[in-house]
Design a protein around this ligand. Structure first.
Ligand SMILES: *Cc1c(COP(=O)(O)O)cnc(C)c1O
Length: 386
């Protein structure tokens, strides 16, 4: 059997290992200096005022919704072509969730479809969203400028799910700059662009949200007298101001993240080289290759192709898996999951996302993927479709 090629995997070098070992030998394994160093590195890279490291991106999305005070009478809208976490964060707060279809060319939220849905909801007196979560699918950016205009008109907040997006740009600005959003969320799961094993980050330019996120990450507790309700009773004193969580990242993870940040541009550049090579190798193969929108410099978390007909997807997928190639599918529309079906969602809600899902296959794409491995993927795919 030829060696296994996953769809995504981390790249860990000696410097990364050394960074983690140094924390192990230090005084703090968690809540030490590595967290702040990592947060500062990300904030600086993204050109944003604040960054808050957390245990994973799911926690980050939950905290972002809590910070914006999403509650049981509210609505959160997102795109269906995403991991379930982009919608679940609304449910954690007891809010209702709804979905806006994707653009069939870029696979991210179609802002025209969003506008139509907003207009319809408004004219029929139905609930408008309190939060909209655009998902930077595969690293490609949503039309954020237009989305921000709609946010002003309709009065919702924007939280970017950029779990796929760190290292990418939108209109020459880094993803995470929060130029067009209240907050941006990153994931550092090993298949994503950089890794901390488990881990996530929230960026924002708003000081009030930053202070709130710091508290929510750690039980709702503050040790800063400026925020306390009562005078401090002594150096031991802290106050719990709200119901927070323990969503902290460890210093071991943060040290790994900080080390990986030094390699981020290299990671993304290599993904572009490999994606361009796929583009060339697949030029004559009857598949739809992912398009890059000119406004977006994608971090290229994924290289999703579409086969020409839905019936061809499963057999091609099975041939690739049988050849020890760990292709995957991103994503079944979230509302088709049994949990969301139980809430009343049914097929037909977002036709573009459903059509895309039926033909999609994500080919392996990661920093250490070799040209020989890439050739093997393409040859196997060609044979599967022949
Ligand atoms: C991976 C992912 C998440 C969740 O990230 P975790 O760090 O694993 O919690 C959220 N949204 C999207 C789009 C993702 O791909």
């Amino acid at each position: 059997m030829p060696s296994f090629i996953p769809y995504g995997r981390q790249s860990i070098n000696e410097a990364d290992i050394q960074a983690v070992v140094e924390v192990l030998k230090s005084d703090f394994l968690t809540q030490g200096p590595a967290i702040e160093r990592f947060e500062q590195a990300v904030a600086q890279y993204c050109g944003v005022k604040y960054a808050v490291a957390v245990s994973n991106a799911t926690a980050a999305l939950h905290m972002a919704c809590l910070a914006l005070e999403l509650g049981p009478n509210d609505f959160l809208w997102t795109a269906p072509n995403t991991f379930v976490a982009s919608a679940n964060c609304g449910r954690y707060c007891g809010a209702s969730v709804d979905f806006v279809d994707i653009d069939p060319a870029t696979y991210v939220m179609d802002v025209s479809a969003l506008e139509t849905k907003l207009e319809t909801a408004k004219s029929r007196g139905k609930a408008l969203p309190k939060i909209v979560i655009p998902v930077q699918f595969a690293g490609q950016c949503v039309d954020m400028q237009r989305l921000a205009q709609l946010a002003t008109v309709y009065g919702f907040s924007v939280v970017e799910d950029a779990a796929h997006g760190i290292g990418g740009q939108y209109r020459q600005k880094p993803i995470g700059s929060c130029e067009y959003s209240e907050m941006t969320v990153f994931s550092f799961h090993p298949v994503k662009i950089i890794t901390t094993a488990e881990g996530g980050m929230i960026t924002t330019n708003r000081e009030d949200l930053y202070q709130k996120l710091l508290r929510l990450r750690s039980h709702g507790i503050t040790r800063d007298e400026c925020f306390m309700c009562n005078p401090s009773e002594g150096p031991w004193y802290y106050e719990q101001l709200e119901l927070g969580l323990n969503y902290r990242m460890t210093d071991l993870q943060a040290a790994l993240g900080h080390s990986q940040m030094q390699r981020l541009d290299d990671f993304v550049a290599k993904r572009h080289v490999l994606a361009q090579r796929y583009d060339a190798l697949l030029a004559e193969v009857p598949v739809i290759r992912p398009q890059q929108h000119p406004d977006s410099y994608s971090a290229l978390h994924l290289y999703p192709i579409q086969v020409s007909r839905p019936e061809l997807r499963k057999p091609a997928f099975e041939v690739l898996r049988a050849a020890n190639i760990g292709v995957n599918v991103h994503y079944m529309p979230v509302y088709l999951q049994p949990y969301y079906r139980d809430l009343g969602f049914a097929p037909g809600l977002c036709p573009n996302a459903e059509a895309y899902y039926q033909r999609a296959i994500s080919l392996p794409l990661y920093y250490d993927l070799t040209e020989a491995e890439q050739d093997r993927v393409v040859e196997t795919l060609k044979a599967a479709l022949a």
